[in-house]
Design a protein around this ligand. Sequence first.
Ligand SMILES: *Cc1c(COP(=O)(O)O)cnc(C)c1O
Length: 362
Amino acid sequence: MTYISRRTQAVIDLCALKENYHQIANLAKKSQTIAVIKANAYGHGAVKIALSMQKYVPAFAVAFIDEAIVLREAGVSLPILILEGALTDKDFALAEQNNFWLMIHNPRQIDWLTNLTPAFTGKLWLKIDSGMNRLGFMPQETTAIINRLSVSQQSNLVLCSHFSTADDSSNNNSQQQLQLLQTLAKQHNCQYSIANSAGILNWPQSHANFNRLGIALYGASPIEKNKLPVTLKPVMTLQSNIIALRELTIGQFVGYGGIWQAKRPTIIATIAIGYADGYPRHAKSGTPVWLVNNQKTAPIVGRVSMDMITIDVTDIEKVNIGDAVELWGNNLAVEVVASHADTINYELLTRVSDRVPRIYQG
Ligand SMILES: *Cc1c(COP(=O)(O)O)cnc(C)c1O
């Protein structure tokens, strides 16, 4: 039985998702824009996101094959790019059966691949390390690696690399990474792909045969908001409500460790969300929470607990037990909360835990 008494939930706006996709894909009309739905679609629920987007996108991408299998079993039929490629030799057979596109980025994967009989016939992406220094072959190894592939594997190959600083439009490292990949793609007459969200938004010259759209699909920005060429709509609104109110006198403390002390008579509202739900424990006193009825923000005071947070509502009239709050979403950008917690929007979205029901709208 699923019984829901707590009103903490993540509302997922599927219309906003589609609008974001179409707007961003329109920035790169000559590219195929792959929707990246790894990590449970950045916390939004990968199966639901995939099923609602499969009419519009050419392919999906996830980090590893386990994530792709879940999607196939749920009826997602489009190709799925596996960004980390095969992690065991068995992954090749699964990829071939399921139309998963495998990234090849290390010598071990090449050995597995070249030992297969009959030869692997699925689509391969070859990852080149253009400066991220995390995955991929050195540029000068490219020819030798391609020569180990069969003629039909070579003819279907996509050269791939990943930007390390595409969020910074003044850093010419991205230009160098792009040039390196373009030179190789030309030399080997291959399709290629380099742009992530920040690449698509900041570096139009990086739009290639395939772009890989992640964070911005969900309406969260990888770059400064005033530099966005489109208006993104947050897809996730994280909501909860007030479950207690109390009055403090001057000098009283709030929460674990007593890190916050009332300097005036204070009204504290306690909200039913905590770090076990994915609300960041590192959110400092002062992190805003949006009060839905009052259309105002109130600051967190004291430590974030496992199941609860506390906010100071002294300056807000008419606050009641049961009132709805928004932790981030349409009225309060996830980037604002991230900066108060010394992290980034990616981490907050992907860490919303299974304890929080996802409610789909649109
Ligand atoms: C996660 C990922 C992406 C998407 O990145 P965003 O910044 O979320 O757009 C693209 N390519 C690779 C290789 C990735 O791992």
